[in-house]
Design a protein around this ligand. Structure first.
Ligand code: G1P
Length: 357
């Protein structure tokens, strides 16, 4: 079985972070979102992976993953061009998947327990598709699915005004090639997209059975900055300590900490895990870091108090201030303005920004 990761979205809800870099490479605990999807497919035994790319961020994604050999998979890139919806993206994979069943995984999704069970459960001789579901709090934001007692799907609706329940499509699907005919017959939805939810409803309407699988363990769609921060907290909750850099003083570092090669936590810096720090980053004396914070590669963090935040990388933050629940893009500079009284700042800072606080 092959895997198809949809990575064509523009990341408009993550602006300004995505003005200059693709949302699929936004790091969660120092690993790009898209790599989590790749790891889940690999864990489920799927090593032939097609990545559907839009026009935006195409080169960066290809540069990062290459032919997949560094990640233990074989990657084929398929260009969708303009994002016309999930069904359009799946349609682009037709030649790549051929005549077999295949898995589709939304590239901005994160799942604690992976997709192995969902794929194992799927029985292609009885069902035309299998879908992953989970209960959500705001069902009108998602594709919502009604199922019967045995888990067979009765109906699917995309972003319903009046949801029949709160079981949402989480963005993992197993399809037989029958889906392609349905995709061809689609018309654009009210939001001007070809909806995969409607293509699956089409399979049902033609008398096919659709299997559902409720996924346990957390699931997170990283569409918005607060979702990235939440996903970062969820992933950090499970990290194992791994120190490859230098901790100058063990007394000031507590909890689970990952520290990449070439990075230093200086003598009087306080770090409270869970925290993930990339490579070649310096946490200077006088800094207070964590908990639930990820700092990317090649940063200098000097004298600031940072909690529950993600600093993407290549940034210098030297304000003697408290930064909480913040997402800070690449190459940001945040310095102090000593004329102001210190209190907490909440920041969403894009790549190449320069801030004076
Ligand atoms: C898409 C799907 C929706 C699904 C959601 C999961 O929504 O259309 O059915 O529930 O992903 O994240 P979108 O992110 O395009 O709003």
């Amino acid at each position: 079985m092959k895997g198809v990761i949809l990575a064509g979205g523009t990341g408009s809800r993550l602006r300004p972070i995505t003005h200059t870099g693709p949302k699929q490479l936004v790091p969660i605990a120092n690993k790009p979102v898209l790599e989590y999807a790749l790891d889940d497919l690999k864990e489920a035994g799927i090593t032939e992976v097609g990545i559907i790319l839009g026009n935006k961020g195409r080169d960066e994604i290809q540069a990062y993953f290459g032919d997949g050999s560094d990640f233990g998979v074989d990657i084929t890139y398929i260009v969708q061009g303009e994002p016309l919806g999930l069904a359009h993206a799946v349609g682009c994979a037709r030649d790549f998947v051929g005549d077999d069943s295949f898995v589709v995984y939304l590239g901005d999704d994160l799942m604690r327990e992976g997709i192995t069970d969902l794929i194992k459960d799927f029985t292609s001789d009885e069902y035309a598709a299998g879908i992953g579901l989970q209960e959500v709090e705001e069902p009108s934001r998602y594709g919502i699915v009604d199922v019967n007692d045995t888990g067979d799907v009765i109906e699917l609706v995309e972003k319903p005004e009046d949801p029949p329940n709160n079981l949402a499509l989480i963005g993992v699907y197993v399809f037989t090639p029958a889906i392609f005919q349905q995709i061809e017959a689609l018309e654009k939805s009210w939001r001007d997209e070809y909806e995969i939810t409607e293509a699956i409803q089409g399979l049902l309407d033609d008398g096919n059975r659709i299997q559902s699988h409720v996924v346990h363990g957390w699931w997170k769609d990283t569409g918005k900055p607060e979702d990235v921060l939440h996903a970062n907290r969820l992933v950090l909750d499970d990290i194992e300590p791994n120190v490859r850099g230098t901790i100058e003083n063990d007394e000031t570092v507590r909890g689970r900490v990952q520290l990449g090669e070439g990075s230093v936590i200086e003598e009087n810096a306080v770090v409270r895990g869970p925290v993930s720090i990339g490579e070649d980053t310096v946490i200077k004396s006088g800094t207070y870091l964590g908990p639930y914070t990820s700092i990317g590669d090649s940063c200098i963090i000097d004298g600031v108090h940072i909690e529950s935040s993600v600093v993407v990388g290549d940034s210098e933050i030297s304000a003697d201030r408290t930064i909480v629940d913040s997402l800070i893009g690449r190459q940001a500079t945040i310095t102090a303005n000593h004329d102001k009284k210190p209190d907490g700042e909440r920041l969403i800072v894009g790549q190449n920004s320069s801030l004076e606080l």
